[in-house]
Design a protein around this ligand. Structure first.
Ligand code: MG
Length: 237
């Protein structure tokens, strides 16, 4: 395996020191919401109302474990089943959040942000109640200023659509260039670019690192602990 494409602590700090607020993705940087393929059940439950409505789901959507992709399909091809599919997705995410592990270093990162005076808002394609429950469960809710989750039954507004970024900027009374997005998906980086926000990609492996860099991430971190350390350098500076 080639080495993971990552930035040095100094490079991470350089991106963060030009910003005041952090827009933080949830599934990946904070939680592992569907560990090792456990997304099958929620994807099936999201498909059920669509199939009940008599809509044929083609491959690869018929067998994907990505329930959010199924929701996007419902919005386009089965609008009559969209609300039920969304309800199934929300319920499944809430259930998964009860047992999902915290990403190593995530708590550390949130504490470091608090100590450095960086405000953090969660921006996620998952449902806000699932995120809220997870943060409460792990004693992290106080370290997050707000949670913006997937707008109910409006999957077109998920990242990379920048709508949630503009909402976050209003909540923070902040300009785009004062914010930095941290996320583990290409869509997070695209979302940041659409909104004029800097971005740090969290890449657990070399392939993801290459994808996030190619999407235009300003820096890449291999762990949330490294990013926490970069924030602490800010605190000292
Ligand atoms: Mg993610």
């Amino acid at each position: 395996m080639p080495p993971v494409h990552t930035s040095s602590l100094e490079e991470l700090t350089a991106v963060l020191e030009r910003t005041e607020n952090v827009l933080l993705d949830f599934d990946g940087p904070v939680a592992d919401l569907f560990p090792s393929g456990s997304g099958t059940k929620i994807a099936d439950e999201t498909r059920t109302p669509i199939l009940r409505a008599g809509v044929v789901i083609p491959e690869p959507l018929a067998s994907t474990v990505e329930h959010l992709v199924v929701l996007e399909f419902a919005a386009e091809h089965a609008p009559e089943a969209l609300e039920s599919a969304e309800q199934a997705a929300v319920a499944g995410e809430i259930a998964s959040a009860r047992t999902a592990p915290v990403t190593p270093g995530a708590g550390d990162f949130l504490s470091a942000c608090a100590a450095a005076g960086r405000r953090v808002g969660i921006i996620s394609n998952n449902a806000a109640p699932a995120i809220e429950g997870f943060l409460e469960l792990h004693g992290l809710r106080d370290q997050v200023e707000f949670i913006l989750g997937r707008p109910f039954a409006r999957p077109r507004l998920m990242k990379p659509d920048p709508t949630l970024a503009f909402e976050a900027l209003r909540a923070l009374r902040s300009r785009p260039d004062q914010c930095c997005m941290v996320g583990d998906a290409v869509t997070d980086i695209e979302f940041a670019r659409h909104a004029g926000v800097r971005s740090v990609g969290y890449a657990k492996n070399a392939e993801r690192g290459r994808q996030l860099a190619a999407a235009g991430a300003d820096a890449i971190t291999p762990t949330m602990s490294d990013l926490a350390a970069a924030v602490r350098l800010l605190g000292r500076g």
